[in-house]
Design a protein around this ligand. Structure first.
Ligand code: NAD
Length: 352
């Protein structure tokens, strides 16, 4: 497999945190060919599309994409196809990145940043696996109509068994490599798609006798996530439920700047990016937390390049930096000393 990585920093804090991640990545894997492409608002500003053809060509020739963030306030209100975010939409759709994987961890010493009591989130370590290319966000028909003279609208939630099978396997595999517990979330008391979902997940379960599977209704899952978050290991769910639950899980940590993500397809190709956006409010100030981008690079090594050793090395270095008290500004009380993006990155590099 090609050991080329397409690096797409994008907008706002994207370039700042991606630069940090690239420094770390190239320190542990100097052999990787990392090629930078311009996407999002940065590409639109040059008169190109949000995802120019030459960037697609770069992605086609790469084993994975390291992505920053896209989005700039001046494009708010424009149609999606004219906004920076269109780049991400096209990458996810055209590369069929059906599995969105979001690890949620609370670093030692950061428990107080959570809006939950510290004892509830201490040592928190769970993963949300969200189906990303199906369900109600994509089903047809999807339109506004006049029905019997009244304004109306329809969205369609549809899943095919193979879509459920492939995301379930991603989740079972992840659970097998972790604490071997998988929670599948659905709404099978109401939705036909959820009945299919549960049936298919149950059908696959015997292939993973070492993984303990349970099912939760989505409303209950939303409650349990804030009541006993430490009990979860891997959560798998459909697109819309995953959209909501993954954000709920993310805020358990208190800082969106620490959360990496992967969007992958079956052959291992994937896009790795911080969960957060381009943060225009802090862009250019050199204070963004680069943890999410650095940990996204670690996920890229593990999931697309099958390099567990260097992925774990990066993860240990980030743990060590936090354990030694490294903090960016959003993690300290106003007025308290904190590290810039660059200084935090140096702390991680020093710990490597
Ligand atoms: P955001 O995630 O960019 O910012 C939310 C808050 O979190 C801000 O206060 C920001 O300063 C803070 N924050 C985010 N990342 C941080 C970091 N690494 N370190 C410290 N603080 C951090 O969300 P938003 O403000 O709603 O969106 C801004 C733009 O990003 C919009 O244009 C939106 O469309 C876009 N967006 C892009 C993506 C993506 O590229 N994947 C995701 C979400 C939003």
């Amino acid at each position: 497999m090609s050991q080329r990585v397409a690096v797409l920093p994008g907008d706002g804090i994207g370039p700042e945190v991606t630069h940090a991640a690239l420094r770390v990545l190239q320190t542990v894997r100097p052999d990787l060919v990392c090629e930078v492409g311009t996407v999002g608002g940065a590409a639109l500003a040059r008169g190109e599309s949000a995802l120019p053809d030459h960037v697609r060509t770069l992605c086609d020739a790469s084993a994975a994409i390291l992505f920053g963030a896209v989005g700039l306030p001046e494009y708010d209100g424009k149609p999606l196809a004219e906004r920076p975010e269109y780049a991400l939409f096209l990458l996810r759709r055209d590369y069929e990145l059906f599995a969105n994987i979001r690890p949620v961890r609370v670093f030692s010493g950061l428990e107080d940043a959570s809006s939950l009591k510290a004892e509830l989130v201490r040592g928190l370590d769970l993963v949300v696996v969200r189906e990303l290319t199906g369900g109600i966000y994509f089903g047809q028909p999807k339109e506004q109509r006049i029905i019997d003279g009244v304004e109306a609208a329809v969205d369609t939630m549809i899943y095919h068994a193979p879509e459920v099978e492939r995301i379930a396997r991603v989740a079972f595999d992840l659970a097998r490599a972790r604490r071997k517990r998988l929670t599948s979330v659905d709404k099978q008391n109401i939705l036909e798609t959820s009945r299919l979902w549960r049936r298919v997940v149950d059908r696959i379960a015997p292939e993973y006798p070492d993984v303990q599977l349970d099912h939760l209704l989505v409303d209950n899952a939303a409650m349990q996530l804030v009541r006993r978050p430490g009990d979860f290991d891997v959560i798998v769910t459909e697109n819309m439920f995953g959209d909501i639950l993954s954000d709920e899980a993310a805020i358990l940590t208190g800082s969106v700047g620490t959360l990496p993500s992967a969007s992958i397809r079956a052959d291992g190709f994937g896009l790795y990016e911080p969960v957060s956006g381009s943060a225009p409010d802090i862009a250019g100030k050199g204070i963004a937390n680069p943890t999410a981008a650095i940990l996204s690079a670690a996920m890229l090594l593990r999931m697309s390049l099958h390099d567990d050793e260097h992925a774990a090395q990066i993860e240990r270095a980030v743990d060590a930096a936090y354990a030694h008290g490294a903090r960016t500004s959003e993690l300290v009380h106003p007025g308290m000393p904190s590290l810039s993006t660059q200084a935090f990155t140096e702390a991680v590099l020093a710990a490597l």
